[in-house]
Write a protein that binds this ligand. Structure first.
Ligand code: AMP
Length: 195
């Protein structure tokens, strides 16, 4: 079985946490562009230096650079049988880049999970995460910008996945286990399940 998945949702929807849980259950790597950028910033790499100021301001890293990072990651052996993307694609250009890249390999996304949470709930969760983890881009001003970019650039790409019939809308309010179960049930209904 292959499973090429994407998890989408606003900041604070819990997509990072759920993405890791689902990927683990299916035996595929969770690929988070945000995590890759943060690791590079922490490690002081050339990529980290390039994206440091951009991510700290809550802006999007240029599509070309982000696409390169994602393609490099997806070429690694552990992603041959599938992957779960978290945080990419984030706009129409990136979505088209991903489609073209996968099509070139005779592949396509199998399912897209949209985690839906009310705005107040996602803001409350980010505020809590800011207190716990101290992420430099979790300040009120930067969070507002990231949410605005989600609404204007990321949310619109979801419609194209719905048209393709690969979108699963999941209620993201509940306990971690409840939400994981909802996602796993939706994927199982598509024949995507751990063997
Ligand atoms: P995240 O953890 O997914 O919220 O990502 C943290 C930050 O990394 C974002 O606010 C952006 O600055 C950058 N980033 C992550 N993914 C992307 C992407 N697909 N395109 C552009 N920038 C991204």
């Amino acid at each position: 079985m292959t499973a090429r998945l994407l998890i989408v949702g606003p900041q604070g929807s819990g997509k990072g946490t759920q993405g890791v849980r689902i990927a683990e259950a299916l035996g595929i790597p969770a690929v988070s562009t945000g995590d890759i950028f943060r690791a590079n910033i922490k490690g002081g790499t050339e990529l980290g230096e390039k994206v440091k100021a951009i991510t700290a301001a809550g802006n999007l890293v240029p599509d070309e650079l982000t696409g390169e990072v994602v393609r490099d990651r997806l070429e690694q052996a552990d992603a041959a049988q599938g992957f779960l993307l978290d945080g990419y694609p984030r706009n129409a250009g990136q979505a088209a880049d991903l489609d073209a890249y996968l099509a070139g390999k005779g592949q396509a996304l199998d399912a897209v999970i949209l985690l839906e949470v009310p705005r107040e709930e996602s803001i409350a969760r980010i505020t809590q995460r800011a207190a716990e983890q101290g992420r430099s881009d979790d300040t009120e001003e930067v969070v507002a910008k990231r949410l605005a970019i989600y609404e204007s650039e990321t949310a619109p790409i979801v419609g194209t996945y719905a048209e393709r019939g690969i979108l699963d809308r999941i209620d993201g309010v509940g306990s971690l286990d409840e939400i994981t179960s909802r996602i796993r049930a939706a994927l199982a209904a598509r024949g995507i399940a751990a063997v």
